[in-house]
Design a protein around this ligand. Sequence first.
Ligand SMILES: C[S@@+](CC[C@H](N)C(=O)[O-])C[C@H]1O[C@@H](n2cnc3c(N)ncnc32)[C@H](O)[C@@H]1O
Length: 265
Amino acid sequence: MNAAVIDKQQVAASFSRAAATYDQVAALQRNVGGNLLSRLPDTLKVEQLADIGCGTGYFTRALAEHFAKPVLGLDIAEGMLHYAREHSTSSITWLAADAEALPLRSVSQDLLFSSLALQWCPQLPLALSEAYRVLRPGGCMAFNTLVEGTLGELRDAWQAVDGFVHVNRFMPVGPLQEMLADAGFERWHCEIEQHVLYYGQLSELTHELKALGAHNLNTGRPSGLTGRARLRALTAAYEARRQSAGLPATYQVAQILLFKGLDQV
Ligand SMILES: C[S@@+](CC[C@H](N)C(=O)[O-])C[C@H]1O[C@@H](n2cnc3c(N)ncnc32)[C@H](O)[C@@H]1O
């Protein structure tokens, strides 16, 4: 997604509203973040670390346990931080923060972890340059983000109904890789993972997106309620994609490791 189409205040408000429901529907998010965790190199020496866009804090707690170090949980949504604080121990410090303007000292962190948060940044290069600034030499930024093709079935089904943007726009892989190459890191890897979820009914998918706080926040989205006739048309268009396992919803995830300095594999 990009600067023209993301309103950070709306993003924060939407995720704050979803804090109490997020964990109940976040199976894909657990899976994708777990895959990122398992990619962290064993050789990484970690004293200071932060989880950017920590949400309810699931991976912040996992990082605190894995490294046995105090962790910073950073998020733009106060509601998420409040929920995370209530469900965690004291080895984690929770802080309201924007990934594009980190309230952290330069050259202070060994690991920055971020799962499924940076697709909400209007300017990913800004978040990457902030990461580079706060990392120590030998440090690593591990993040994943959604790329083009994500929720493509829903986008196409809406396209068949009207011309509005109903699905968040996700960056194509080529421009993402250019941003990674230009971010100043001495070494980086990017791998694309595809996940396909199946639903019995379209409403299960749309309710899940709402419970995650991840429903459409693009400008150009239609205002007001979705009329019954349009919902029927959308359902019919999506039903045309039904498979034996159900209605598919595809997620394309870029799993990325960025290394500052040359001494990490
Ligand atoms: C899909 S949730 C992921 C939460 C958590 N990382 C997980 O995997 O369960 C995305 C989170 O990113 C946060 N977020 C979005 N934009 C952000 C920004 N610019 N800076 C910091 N956090 C942001 C949201 O508030 C939300 O809590």
